[in-house]
Design a protein around this ligand. Structure first.
Ligand code: NAP
Length: 480
């Protein structure tokens, strides 16, 4: 595949194909055109599915050592072309080059983890004689691939979130059709290039570049697709869940994550972690810190330090190593963030820093006293805005932290083990980070949320569980 930033073909069942209609890809920081990709049609979806039926058989029959080698070789290919991958992420998306480098490193790790986990897809023996009707039987179950998986991914981690679906799918012997976000298709195509170079047999992987509104329905409703693995917003996730019908669903959706800071916390560590957790990827992070509940005695000092640090953030050219934060994915999104902040201010919130927009850039913004009925206090902002609240005590912080329709991850800063355990018991989330911000994650841990944050778990080993089904085997030893 050509690796210059010109028109890119898409990867359809092992072949790189162009189409007459294309979708332009822009750099969000200046709106410059960086590439274009084919605008896939429903015919392309049908072709990808038809070929994937053969691909699923091939993938299931690939011996585990071959799956492991391919996954490892794909990781090595990315390592060998590291700069290209990082520069692509930092061109098509919002991330700075520093953030892009970290995403490429994580992607390599995700693929290596997938390679390792391929050898650990195990079943167990079943004690059939626990039932009178089971006497004389021996048996076991082992896990089989589900077949064809449709993977639909968002713009904010355009490489590693795709790897979190493709790696486990190949490790577990499935075929997978990826539909990346229209804003950021290039990183997903580069991932396909790594697998092609690693010798993945054709038809197991497709990356089709089309608009969700055009090809999404067919992809998720087709009966041959046995699982939809979706990462994206709540609204799109709910639409897909309603349409998909009787098939497996994995839904990694959004959140407006809370962090609690108690008066016995290490304040410097709490400020550092929450500032970074709020503004990483310009706040376009499903785990991003959106609400911070600070215990009364610490509030003033925390607010002062937080605002001071946020105000020192360097915003600008994504390709510069000096830049801390880039733009939002497009100007429309920056305008939406601006409107939500203005609505909160009109309703009585206090703007402590930020609140300024220039094109797609929006300054790190800190608000206090945000009324609980404002959009920004309930929904996911998905931008560089954080809300500070004073809490009288831990109970109040937990209660308020839970009063939202999401529950992905939360953080708590405290030196008190009882407080930590109370938060673990009572916060309604998929993960709690003690003395880290809500955005702490490693790629090998179970990852996912409750309530509007989704269904199922990713994190390689856990995605493999979702992408396989147990098949029971019983031997009847009484031969009559
Ligand atoms: P989005 O608008 O929901 O889009 C996500 C994907 O869905 C894109 O590929 C999009 O395609 C596709 N899509 C849109 N309409 C569709 C339809 N009718 N049928 C099938 N697919 C459709 O989300 P986004 O703005 O890209 O990403 C931001 C969201 O993702 C945030 O809510 C964030 O919290 C969430 N997220 C969650 C996690 C997690 O692991 N929990 C991780 C990262 C992000 P087009 O681009 O062509 O519209």
């Amino acid at each position: 595949m050509e690796t210059t930033m010109q028109s890119k073909p898409m990867f359809l069942a092992g072949r790189w194909v162009q189409r007459e209609e294309s979708i332009e890809v822009f750099d969000p920081q200046d709106g410059s055109l960086i590439s274009s990709v084919p605008a896939a049609t429903e015919d392309d979806v049908l072709l990808a599915i038809e070929e994937a039926e053969e691909g699923a058989k091939r993938s299931a029959s690939l011996p585990v050592h071959a799956r492991m080698r391919i996954l490892n070789d794909a990781a090595c290919y990315i390592e060998d072309h590291f700069d290209l991958y990082a520069e692509t992420i930092a061109s098509e998306g919002s991330k700075t080059i520093k953030e892009a480098v970290s995403e490429v490193m994580r992607c390599i790790q995700t693929l290596r983890l997938s390679s390792e986990e391929a050898r650990r897809i195990q079943g167990e023996t079943i004690p059939f004689d626990q039932s009178e009707t089971g006497e004389g039987r021996v048996g076991y179950y082992y896990r089989f691939p589900i077949g064809i998986i449709a993977a639909i991914t968002p713009f904010n981690d355009p490489l590693n979130l795709v790897a979190h679906k493709v790696g486990p799918a190949i490790a577990s012997g499935n075929a997978i059709i990826v539909k990346p976000a229209t804003a950021t298709p290039l990183s997903a195509l580069l991932l396909a290039e790594a697998f092609e170079q690693a010798g993945l047999p054709p038809k197991i992987l497709s990356v089709i570049t089309g608009r969700g509104g055009v090809i999404g329905d067919l992809l998720v409703t087709h009966p041959a697709v046995r699982m939809v693995s979706f990462t994206g917003g709540l609204e799109t996730g709910e639409r897909i869940a309603r349409k998909a019908g009787l098939k497996k669903l994995s839904m990694e959706l959004g959140s407006n994550s809370p962090v609690i800071v108690l008066k016995d916390a290490d304040i410097a560590a709490a400020v550092d972690a929450t500032v970074s957790g709020a503004f990483c990827a310009a706040g376009q992070n499903c785990l991003g810190v959106q609400r911070i509940y600070i215990e009364k005695d610490l509030y003033e000092e925390f607010q002062m330090r937080f605002v001071e640090k946020a105000g020192r953030y360097v915003i600008g050219d994504k390709q510069s190593l000096a830049t801390d934060m880039g733009p939002l994915i497009n100007e429309r999104e920056a305008e939406r963030v601006q409107q939500w902040v203005e609505e909160a201010i009109e309703n009585g919130a206090e703007l402590l820093t930020g609140g300024e927009r220039s094109g797609a850039f929006y300054k790190p913004t800190v608000l206090s006293n945000v009324p609980s009925n404002c959009k920004i206090a309930i929904q996911e902002i998905f931008g560089p805005v954080v809300l500070l609240y004073e809490a009288a005590h831990l109970e109040e912080a937990i209660d308020k932290a839970n009063q939202v329709p999401y529950g992905l991850q939360a953080g708590i800063f405290t030196r008190n083990i009882e407080s930590a355990f109370k938060a673990i018991q009572e916060l309604h989330v998929g993960g709690i980070m003690i003395n880290d911000s809500s955005d702490y994650r490693i790629d090998g841990m179970p990852f996912g949320g409750v309530k509007g944050s989704g269904l199922g778990r990713e994190g390689v080993k856990f995605a493999i569980q979702e992408m396989t089904e147990p098949k029971v085997v019983s031997f009847n030893l009484f031969q009559r």
